[in-house]
Design a protein around this ligand. Structure first.
Ligand SMILES: Nc1ncnc2c1ncn2[C@@H]1O[C@H](COP(=O)(O)OP(=O)(O)OP(=O)(O)O)[C@@H](O)[C@H]1O
Ligand SMILES: [Mg+2]
Length: 290
């Protein structure tokens, strides 16, 4: 199950030729992007490519300075993340805003506490947290344990299920797997798919094409603030995506540079040459170190 919403439906989020200047600095320009329910859009790019700028626009942290931004067909100019959230756009940042010593359920309901009269309805919040996590496939023995005792991956998953519970339509994940090992990343990738199956539009920011490709339906590649490609999965293979991300030509240049530096760098150049080869890009000639 991929497309919950038919292709013809108005996308949840649409950016058209959108850009952002910080004074004289053009952080982003001419980006067009559509996010529909039941789809994962991966935003890939190197450091400084404009990924964070893009999500800050969508999340309501910064306003775009050119182009247009529509949510469900309506032009918007958000002036705060709260406003974006009111439109169903939730963002899970890498450095999650959790209170480590508070129980999982407290964090789940942080800022949305449920009361019964004057008191907090702890029973309800505890049970709901347990149930919601279970629905996403996370079986926590004890939702009373401090959230700080969970692994990074589990914490990301709690944040995802929280956004789903509180009615997010669009979920933005800023590099959720960047600091995680292979296994933990796998766990988070699985919840990205869970959120998609529930009909959310997911925007997944990552450096890693190997994380993006298996879960993504669309791929936006950014470089120096501009789009260098926007593909549906059927239009690009994993190898092509990887090659685009690795910047084949730049890798080759670096390889030559290291090679001419000689010594240990020549070995590095050789390795890089092999990497370039693996990516299906023309082989770089690497001489043996003297
Ligand atoms: N508040 C700001 N003021 C001035 N320039 C900024 C600001 N935020 C970002 N930039 C610039 O805009 C460009 C894009 O930055 P952005 O943070 O969006 O990149 P990124 O793709 O998220 O990179 P990273 O992978 O390192 O997080 C960079 O050149 C950056 O220096
Ligand atoms: Mg960033």
């Amino acid at each position: 199950m991929t497309a919950v919403v038919p292709e013809t439906a108005t996308p949840l989020v649409r950016l058209t030729d959108a850009g952002k200047n910080y004074g004289n600095i053009i952080a982003l320009r001419g980006v067009t992007l559509e996010v529909s329910g039941g789809e994962v859009t991966c935003v890939l790019g190197d450091n400084g490519a404009g990924k964070s700028t893009l999500i800050k626009i969508i999340a309501g942290l910064h306003e775009h300075t050119s182009g247009s931004y529509e949510v469900e067909g309506e032009a918007v100019h958000f002036s705060s993340p709260r406003e974006a959230l009111d439109h169903g756009i939730a963002t899970v940042y890498q450095d999650l805003a959790v209170v480590p010593l508070m129980p999982v359920w407290r964090n789940f309901f942080l800022g949305n506490e449920v009361r019964k009269g004057l008191r907090m309805d702890i029973g309800f919040m505890r049970e709901t947290t347990k149930k919601e996590l279970l629905d996403m496939g996370i079986d926590l023995r004890d939702v009373d344990q401090p959230i700080g005792t969970l692994s990074g991956g589990e914490r990301q998953c709690v944040a995802i299920s929280r956004a789903v519970y509180f009615g997010a339509k669009v979920l933005i994940l800023d590099e959720p797997t960047a600091a995680l090992g292979v296994k933990q990343s796998g766990v988070v990738l699985r919840y990205i798919l869970q959120a998609r199956e529930r009909g959310l539009g997911v925007i997944f920011i990552t450096h890693n094409p190997h994380h993006a490709y298996p879960v993504g339906d669309r791929f936006l590649l950014l470089k120096r603030g501009q789009s260098i490609g926007y593909y549906r999965k059927s239009e690009i293979s994993r190898d092509e995506l990887t090659a685009l991300m690795a910047g084949g030509a730049e890798l080759e240049e670096l390889s030559h540079e290291l090679e001419s530096a000689g010594g240990a760098s020549a070995d590095a150049a050789k390795i890089l040459g092999e990497e370039v080869h693996d990516l299906g890009i023309d082989r770089v000639s690497t001489k043996e170190a003297p």
